[in-house]
Design a binder for this molecule. Structure first.
Ligand SMILES: [Zn+2]
Length: 254
C-alpha cells in the first residue's frame, strides 16, 4: 500500500494569499501546503480522499493516473471544491465513483448541479456515480473493504476511512469510544492537528496527541496544518518519536 499526501494544509493552504507571516514566506518546501487530501494505492486500486480546490495541481504533481473512487470526509469547500477537475479521469474511465454521507451527496448535487444532470447534460461535463456511506456499514470496492469512521467536526458529522491497517481522519474535534474501537491495530494513523491553540472544530496538537495515545498506532502522521502552527522543522522536533508532521508529496510505502 502507498499513502501519498496530496495536501496537508488547512482551508486556506500555506502560504495564505497576501500573508507576510514568516511561515507563509518560508523557503522550505515542507512549509508549502495545499488543501488537505490523500491518495491511497492499494494493490491495483487507487483511492483519493476528498477533492479540494488544489485537486488539479495535486493530480499533476503526484502523477495519479486513475481513480477507482473518491471518498469524501465532508462537504466543506477545502474538501470538495475541485470536483469539476475530475474531467480528465471521466473522459478516460467513464463515471467516477464517489462515496459520501447522504447529506454530503445532496450538498454536492446542489453545488455541482451540472455534474448530476440527467437530461440534456452538457457533453463536456464530468460524470459521477454516487454511493452513500452509512456509519457501521463497510464499503466494498472490488475486492477491497473500507471501514468508515464516524466523528464530529464541531457540530458537523465527518467520516474518516480505514483501509486495512491504515486510517485517515481529518477535521475531527470529537469522536466516541465506540468509533475508537474501529481503530485498533493500526500501522499508520493520519489525523488532523491544526495548531497549538485550541479551536472549536479541529483538534489542536494536544488533542491530536491524546487521541494518538488512545488509538496506539505504530506511527501517526499529523495533517490539516495551519501556518500559525509554525515551521515544519520546528514542529517535528517537538513531537513524540512515533509521531510525524506530514508534508505535501510525502509518500509512505507499507
Ligand atoms: Zn477542512
Amino acid at each position: 500500500m502507498k499513502i501519498y499526501f496530496l495536501g496537508t494544509g488547512t482551508s486556506q493552504g500555506i502560504p495564505v494569499i497576501g500573508s507576510h507571516h514568516s511561515v507563509c514566506l518560508s523557503d522550505d518546501p515542507k512549509d508549502k501546503r495545499l488543501r488537505v487530501s490523500v491518495w491511497i494505492e492499494w494493490d491495483d486500486y487507487s483511492f483519493v480522499i476528498d477533492c479540494g480546490p488544489d485537486f488539479r495541481q495535486q493530480m499533476l504533481t503526484s502523477k495519479c493516473h486513475k481513480i477507482d473512487a473518491i471518498l469524501f470526509t465532508h462537504e466543506h469547500a477545502d474538501h470538495t471544491a475541485g470536483l469539476d477537475d475530475i474531467r480528465p479521469f471521466f473522459f478516460k474511465q467513464g463515471e467516477i465513483p464517489i462515496y459520501a454521507h447522504q447529506r454530503v451527496l445532496k450538498n454536492l448535487e446542489r453545488r455541482f448541479e451540472y455534474i448530476f444532470e440527467t437530461e440534456n447534460k452538457y457533453p463536456g461535463a464530468p460524470g459521477v456515480e454516487a454511493f452513500e456511506v452509512v456509519n457501521n456499514q463497510n464499503i466494498t470496492i472490488g475486492e477491497k473493504t473500507i471501514v468508515p469512521i464516524n466523528a464530529m467536526h464541531g457540530n458537523l458529522q465527518v467520516f474518516g476511512y480505514r483501509f486495512d491497517r491504515v486510517a485517515y481522519l481529518t477535521d475531527v474535534k470529537t469522536i466516541t469510544a465506540e468509533e475508537v474501537k474501529k481503530l485498533q491495530n493500526l500501522e499508520v494513523l493520519v489525523v488532523n492537528a491544526l495548531r497549538d491553540e485550541p479551536h472549536d472544530t479541529h483538534f489542536n496538537l494536544e488533542e491530536a496527541l491524546d487521541f494518538i495515545a488512545l488509538v496506539k498506532p505504530k506511527k501517526a502522521y499529523l495533517t490539516h496544518i495551519s501556518h500559525i502552527f509554525g515551521f515544519h522543522e520546528a514542529i517535528q522536533q517537538r513531537l513524540p518519536e512515533n509521531v510525524f508532521l506530514a508534508y505535501d508529496n510525502l509518500e509512505i510505502n507499507l
